[in-house]
Design a protein around this ligand. Sequence first.
Ligand SMILES: [Zn+2]
Length: 341
Amino acid sequence: MVIDCHGHYTTAPKQLNEFRQKQLARFESEGTYLDPQVNITDDEIRESLENNQLKIQAERGVDLTIFSPTAGAMAHHHGDARISADWSRACNDLIHRAVSLYPSRLAGVCQLPQSPGVSPGNCVAELTRCVEELGFVGCNLNPDPSDGYWTDPPLTARHWYPLFEKLVELDVPAMIHVSCSCNPNFHHTGAHYLNGDTTAFMQFIQGDVFKDFPTLRFIIPHGGGAVPYHWGRYRGLAQNLGRPPLQELLNNVFFDTCVYHQPGVDLLLNVIPAENILFASEIVGAVKGIDPTTGHFYDDTKRYIDAVAHLSADDRNKIMSGNALRVYPRLRAQLEKHNVL
Ligand SMILES: [Zn+2]
């Protein structure tokens, strides 16, 4: 079985974005809130998925995608906490509808209603609704709700603990995933994403969050940013700072395979233990197009993993689905219910 742990609904029908534009315009002009009603038909959802994510899944031999709202559109810096709450609810409800139409091929991960300077405890209600009522298996957590200016405390600060307590209680992981960048120094997917991944890992080295939450689990996407490439630097820094060996973080921190060339995937698999790598491709959209040197899509990441000859069958199974079932334990129930497992 092949589980892609990182896909976004980047092809959602246009009414979703139209609601967002109206919501922000209303808040800017009147300071009031627009009821999060988005009128989209089931057929429109089917069409948006069958011509995109589901088609690509089938072409590439992927059985199921762990599916979340478009990360770049979370844009937590806009408006206030209520604006983020309404927007998150609209996006998460649409994910739930997509998953309900294709429960053997998609599993839900939610967006959190974060807002700069606001306690992440305000996300507990929406996280709980998504997991307990809508059957979601995890969430995306933005380590920088200011979207490019890093004005909130690091992930290891007690600021985040109310949310972490709920993640542990619900036994769901969070993917550390920044949103757009409103700082022109940082290109959205080219710099801000990878900076976010790398920054989160260094924060975990410096803090004691996993002493306080031994079962908390995070997935760092995009191959872990610069982390695997600079593993020696981080081992040395941990040593110099008097922190525990880096291996201890691997009880709680996992990396996905959204790395878009063979040497990068080779390096990831050489440096990070197979137990800590989850297959992912981030379709549709962070990097579109075909690599002229290979003739294949950059984000066809299964092809790179298939090409790693030294990978044992056991390790391959862990990366392609076993680790996802372990890190997202609520996924198993959904798959069993729909006879996928
Ligand atoms: Zn993503």
